[in-house]
Design a protein around this ligand. Structure first.
Ligand code: ADP
Ligand code: MG
Length: 656
């Protein structure tokens, strides 16, 4: 057994693991060693320690603090432990020894452990030592509950969920705090010492900036939508002539024809992998598995970006035993110190295409050779508008196919543009939108383009009702998808990938200094691959409905709003961050209503006083700490979306 560092007799409060279990207080012999705090039965008559009653591993400790009496604590509450202590000490010892309760609390994964020390000195000695010993623990808390958890409620903030995030920010006491946001933890803890934060994964080398005159290769075919556009034929080369619009470049083909092309359909000829059909750039692990399983071909494979930045992974499907329905394997492409690539030892190649070519013929250590290329290139990405410079769409080019649902502005339909392009059409109910202002704004919105934002294609404004035409996502609204659409129980990777998608779309909006104002699961959509895209950004400014626009209105997104919005209507990217935390919570509760049991008035009141959403069962401490960092009272202490995207990616990496 390890040597003891400290030993002491304390009174331990029972932990009330069930809400209704009665409280009791027992004298225990506590022993602190390098690994744990163990507590034993104590025989006061003989002054001896007896059987082991329990222990807490030091590495599980998240916080060591003193307990404070709650505000306006009734005398009875302050007395309570004292009375019990007296009762306890009737056994033999001088009761005055325990006359004053000096309470340390030790928080670990089963909740707080409260112990009473004989004197302030002993309490301070233990707290100091323990803090020192846990200072490099993972998952140290940033916020804690200064008062008791008693009879199903935190006496400091009245929250009724034991896992509820703390209501008080720790000052520089909780050791060297490690949070997902190194910088944040420094500001909170006001410390600048070294932090044991894992370094960020290396960033992939920045691709050379594309420039006029360069040669590009078409990754997708593009049929001109306006006379100004130029046709793209897959795999052919084009020269770029002008790039003043980031979404539409002017180009020349090899026959000398010139026109505008969607910039996201081409890739610089020099640029490595994009030219190959097996390379699925923005595909994550779950999507790769889904696609490979759908194709259902033995030896089906693709290459994707690894969750480790700058690295690549080969995902390979094999049918294996017929009864299993096949399985996916993921092989990281490794590099040797001299910069060669390999999948299986001893078969090194100087480029990834050469390596893939070799393994298309040789399994060499893998479950199968790479037999069939599986690609997501079947469907080209969205263009920013339906042709260069087009934002007014001719309604005669739209065919309505079916109704998708009804929203704030009225009916939304699925249809085709020019008989072939899938689109969603919002038919704006008259009187529901300030149309003139929106039409002006639409020109700006059209320019926003990101894989995790629902693309605005254009508007029909020459008739009433006006239409908003956007990209169509076949799996519909994220909230419904979470509640009903997930066929199997989602994996931790899947849930976090959803959050990652949203964080990346939002990080792009943040760089454009564009505030969403109504970020929530109901305003995200899911495409056929399970990718999440954010929609309806900025639209709330054009809603004509006081119930929706006034923070006191019944339709105002109170449950997604931070205190500064609820109290002063102060919207910012930081209020979007708060909403993002709530959205993560929706994801991890599979679509529950935040603060289910409270009405809007109660939420405003309680959230301003420090109430926060509890940790969903599916969220581990790391994930929850990301959520809670979005809910810091002070807006400027919340992370940016860019930081969030990196952190989420980092946690994803740990999961895989
Ligand atoms: P609003 O924002 O006007 O309140 P919504 O965007 O919520 O309306 O649209 C209502 C419903 O229509 C959504 O819940 C969703 O199911 C469906 N929907 C809206 N836009 C799309 C789209 N682009 N692709 C697929 N389904 C959509
Ligand atoms: Mg909406």
């Amino acid at each position: 057994m390890s040597d003891s560092i400290l030993e002491e007799i304390f009174i331990k409060r029972s932990q009330q693991k069930k809400k209704t279990s009665p409280l009791n207080y027992k004298e225990r012999w506590f022993v602190l060693t390098q690994e744990k705090i163990a507590y034993y039965d104590y025989d006061p008559d003989k002054g001896k320690r007896k059987g082991l009653r329990g222990s807490v591993d030091l590495e599980k400790i998240k916080c060591v603090e003193t307990v404070q009496p709650e505000p306006n604590a009734p005398q009875e509450r302050i007395q309570k432990p004292r009375r019990s202590l007296k009762a306890m000490s009737l056994t033999k010892n001088n009761s005055s020894v325990f006359a004053l309760p000096f309470l340390p609390q030790i928080i670990y994964d089963e909740g707080p452990l409260y112990i009473f020390a004989k004197s302030e000195d002993i309490r301070n000695q233990w707290i100091k030592k323990l803090k020192e010993m846990v200072s490099f623990n993972k998952d140290l808390l940033q916020k804690y509950h200064p008062c008791y958890w008693m009879d199903g409620v935190w006496l400091c903030c009245q929250q009724e969920v034991k896992q509820a995030m703390g209501c008080k920010v720790l000052d520089n006491k909780n050791g060297k705090n490690k949070t997902p946001f190194g910088l944040k933890s420094e500001t909170i803890n006001n410390q600048t010492s070294e932090k044991p934060v894992r370094p960020l994964p290396p960033q992939p080398p920045e691709p050379a900036a594309p420039s006029v005159g360069m040669t590009v290769i078409a990754e997708y075919p593009y049929t001109p939508m306006t006379p100004q556009d130029l046709e793209l034929r897959k795999d052919e080369e084009y020269t770029i002539l002008e790039m003043s619009d980031p979404n539409w470049w002017r180009a020349r083909d090899k026959y000398g024809a010139e026109g505008y092309i969607p910039s996201n359909y081409v890739v610089e000829a020099e640029n490595g992998l994009e030219r190959f059909d097996w390379y699925c750039k923005n595909m994550n692990r779950s999507q790769a598995e889904k696609l490979l399983k759908t194709e259902n071909k033995d030896g089906g494979f693709l290459v994707r970006d690894s969750s480790k930045a700058g690295k690549y992974t080969v995902s390979l499907f094999t049918k294996g035993g017929a009864e299993t329905g096949g399985s996916c394997r993921h092989y990281n492409i490794c590099t040797t110190p001299s910069g060669q690539f390999y999948l299986a030892e001893k078969h090194n190649f100087s480029s990834i295409p050469e390596l893939i070519n070799y393994h298309q013929h040789n399994a060499a250590g893998m479950v199968s050779r790479l037999k069939y290329i599986v690609t997501n290139r079947a469907r080209p990405p969205s263009t920013a508008g339906l042709g260069y410079g087009v934002w007014e769409i001719d309604p005669r080019h739209l065919t309505f196919i079916k109704e998708l649902g009804t929203g704030q502005f009225g009916v939304v339909k699925y249809g085709k543009w020019q008989g072939q392009h899938d689109v969603a059409i919002k038919m704006i109910k008259e009187g529901s939108m300030s149309e003139e202002e929106f039409i002006e704004e639409a020109k700006i919105m059209m320019k926003l383009r990101h894989e995790n934002l629902v693309q605005l294609y254009g508007v029909c404004t020459k008739q009433r009702p006006i239409y908003i035409v956007t990209e169509f996502l076949s799996n519909g609204c994220l909230l419904t998808y979470l509640r009903e659409g997930l066929k199997q129980h989602p994996t931790p990777v899947q849930l976090l990938e959803m959050c990652k998608d949203v964080s990346e779309g939002m990080a792009y909006l943040e760089t454009q200094q564009y505030i969403h104002r109504d970020l929530a699961a109901r305003n995200c959509l899911v495409d056929g691959n399970g990718t999440i895209k954010v929609t309806d950004f900025g639209l709330s400014r054009y809603v004509l409905d006081d119930e929706y626009t006034s923070s006191a209105g019944s339709k105002f997104p109170v449950r997604w709003s931070p205190p500064e919005v609820l109290l002063y209507c102060k919207f910012s990217s930081k209020s979007d961050i708060w909403a993002y935390g709530v959205l993560m919570w929706e994801v991890y509760t599979l679509g529950r209503l935040p603060y289910e049991r409270l009405n809007n008035t109660e939420i405003v009141e309680q959230v301003s006083r420090g109430l926060r959403l509890y940790r969903p069962q599916l969220a581990n401490e790391k994930v929850y700490s990301i959520m809670t960092s979005c809910w810091f009272d002070k807006a400027d202490e919340r992370p940016t979306f860019e930081q969030l995207a990196v952190t989420v990616q980092d946690v994803l990496y740990d999961l895989q």
